[in-house]
Write a protein that binds this ligand. Structure first.
Ligand code: THG
Length: 290
């Protein structure tokens, strides 16, 4: 699987101020940590960046490319800032992200800079309510992209993962959508922001949700994921180094109920986490204890 490191983010309490002060050190340190952790892309999220976004994006792209050759994923809703980043970036870039509503402005940039794009399934009315609405939005964005001359292979569809603390049906809908994608759009790629699913859960337990959710999506062909580079175990799983855990999660998804006494403590945590992510048991912060 292709991994996009999420850690360079203007919301971060360290990197936000560093971006505003144009202090390259913490940003370059984070880029190096992400590269060493084994991610394939580094996401640069500068937020809406309404004022001076173009200058900020250009500076962040240059700052990161001074310390790594990894391709970047440029994350801002400001089209002017996006274009400044595309101009500055060396090599193949990923635009994160383009939604049907913003497509007319941003799709021409994909063509002009020969980039890849994340197609975000965010509708005019906001978040899609289920997998069928996701399917409709996917068809819309892919149609518009194809019309602009962009092939399916350059489109990474993101169904938008929701926090399990907010709406379990949305967590389930993303997995369901992933199982439909190949039929809707042969050759399209996919990605999911895994940390979204554990937003609002106890910080030390977030990795269990992120990893398990990734495996559940992998089962339906997930191509890439936006990940926390500080979870080495998640990266191992993504790189195929924990096949027995992947297999265990697949079996748990099938409703296979292993005898708890035959499982290690680690295995039991994955099985319990599958149960809350499929909605089989109700989520609470103590889901691993019961
Ligand atoms: N899809 C796409 N892009 C995305 C997302 C997505 N970009 C943003 C987001 N979702 C993925 N990135 C993050 C980055 C940080 C966190 C979650 C998702 C996060 N940060 C910690 C927190 O808020 O508690 C710590 C922040 C800090 O360093 O202070 O959870 O879904 N296409």
């Amino acid at each position: 699987m292709i991994l996009i490191g999420e850690n360079i983010n203007i919301m971060s309490q360290v990197l936000g101020p560093a971006m505003r002060e144009r202090n390259p050190v913490p940003i370059q340190e984070m880029a190096k940590v992400e590269a060493e952790a084994g991610v394939d892309y580094i996401d640069l999220n500068i937020g809406p960046a309404r004022k001076g976004g173009d200058e900020l994006m250009e500076w962040v792209v240059n700052t990161v490319q001074e310390v790594t050759d990894l391709p970047l994923s440029l994350d801002t809703t400001n089209s002017i800032a996006m274009e400044a980043g595309l101009k500055t970036h060396k090599g193949k870039v990923l635009i994160n992200s383009i939604s049907p509503a913003r497509a007319s402005k941003q799709l021409p940039m994909v063509t002009m800079y020969n980039s890849d794009m994340i197609g975000l399934l965010w509708g005019i009315d906001g978040m899609p309510r289920d997998s069928a609405e996701r399917g409709v939005l996917a068809v819309d964005i892919i149609y518009q992209a194809n019309e602009a001359g962009i092939p399916n292979e350059a489109i990474w569809i993101d169904p938008i993962a929701s926090p399990i603390t907010v709406e379990i049906n949305q967590v389930i809908a993303c997995v369901e959508f992933m199982s439909m994608l190949e039929e809707i759009a042969p050759g399209c790629k996919s990605t999911v922001g895994l940390s979204n699913v554990s937003n609002g859960t106890p910080i030390d337990l977030r990795p269990w949700l992120n990893r398990t959710y990734m495996i559940m999506l992998m089962r339906h062909g997930l191509y890439s994921a936006i990940v926390d580079a500080f979870d080495p175990e998640l990266i191992k799983i993504a790189k195929g180094e924990r096949p027995e855990i992947v297999d265990l999660v697949y079996r748990a998804m099938d409703g296979n109920k292993p005898d708890p006494s035959s499982l290690t403590e680690e295995e039991l945590k994955y099985v319990k986490t599958v149960r809350v992510l499929t909605g089989e048991s109700l989520y609470s912060h103590s889901w691993l204890e019961i």
